[in-house]
Design a binder for this molecule. Structure first.
Ligand code: NAP
Length: 267
């Protein structure tokens, strides 16, 4: 081994053991799957969502799966004051965040723009765009100060190609793409890495939330296709954050075998 190689921090799944990983929207779907994957890899987990009961149940399971420590916080990412107060008041042991997974997000409604509901637009923009910004703003300065850190933002195929009746959700994910690109440029020269993970259709509560609890309509979204599972995305995120420190995975566009892009499915 050369001197240079021995100076490299460890990479591969073992590299995440003992590191502090902060996941927003950890109470369900992709966020919860990430929590399980990182627990098995030995990471310390800081978990945020609005539904604290879900996080409490999850925390108990994660410690059994191998996480050395789990801390849960109630957080509505849309509330700028709450984000800054809660993250500013983290217990000492949870302040040094190594990895932030900006996963909290949602869609509301599937309507033509000219028939859409402004309250749905507000909720999507406030959560997927402004929430991501508030959390990032609170966490990145500490990463720069400590000289280490990785931001993983959840984008979507929707941010690459807009689909009918989804203009505003797609716009929030196009914004995520721009914000990830911008942040990557703004932290250039520091060791902080920025990755956008852009999944196609993943089978989670996403459609149930979009259709406000209409399970039948939500189930139809996944009928006749093999969708991605949240574990597939967690696996990709774990891989992206465990590359050697000089490797930045900028963007991963991931679909199931039955999806070509935002519009084309094999049903
Ligand atoms: P999900 O199962 O509905 O989970 C969404 C998570 O976000 C929940 O834990 C929810 O927690 C949290 N959340 C929503 N609003 C929040 C808020 N205001 N403050 C804090 N947490 C909030 O959906 P998912 O599919 O896992 O979605 C996760 C991310 O992946 C989203 O950004 C989504 O846009 C993206 N994505 C999903 C798909 C897909 O097909 N499923 C595809 C591409 C991208 P609480 O309700 O407990 O707060």
């Amino acid at each position: 081994m050369t001197e240079n190689q021995s100076a490299q921090p460890p990479s591969g799944p073992a590299a995440i053991a003992g590191q502090t990983v902060f996941i927003t929207g950890a109470s369900a779907g992709i966020g919860a799957a990430c929590a399980h994957a990182f627990a098995r890899a030995g990471a310390r987990l800081l978990l945020a969502a609005r539904r604290q009961d879900k996080l409490r149940d999850l925390a108990a399971a994660l410690q059994k799966e191998g996480s050395p420590a789990v801390h849960t916080i109630t957080l509505d990412v849309r509330d700028a004051a709450q984000v800054s107060a809660t993250l500013g008041a983290l217990p000492e042991a949870w302040r040094a965040i190594d990895v932030l997974i900006n996963n909290a997000g949602l869609s509301r409604g599937l309507d033509k723009l000219q028939e859409g509901k402004p309250e749905d637009w507000d909720e999507m923009i406030d959560t997927n765009v402004k929430g991501l910004l508030y959390v990032t703003r609170a966490v990145v300065p500490g990463m720069i100060e400590r000289g280490r850190g990785h931001i993983v933002n959840l984008g979507s195929t929707a941010g690459h190609m807009t689909y009918p009746k989804g203009a505003v959700y797609c716009a929030t994910k196009a914004a995520e793409k721009s914000i990830s690109e911008g942040l990557r440029q703004d932290v250039l020269g520091t060791p902080v890495r920025v990755t956008s993970i852009d999944p196609g259709m993943v089978q989670t509560d996403f459609s149930k939330v979009r259709f406000r609890g209409d399970e039948e309509r939500a189930a139809k979204v996944y009928q006749g296709v093999t969708p991605l599972q949240p574990e597939d995305i967690a696996d990709a995120i774990l891989w992206a954050v465990t590359r050697p420190a000089h490797v930045n995975i900028s963007e991963m566009l991931i679909t199931s075998i039955d999806q070509a892009n935002s519009l084309l499915f094999n049903r």
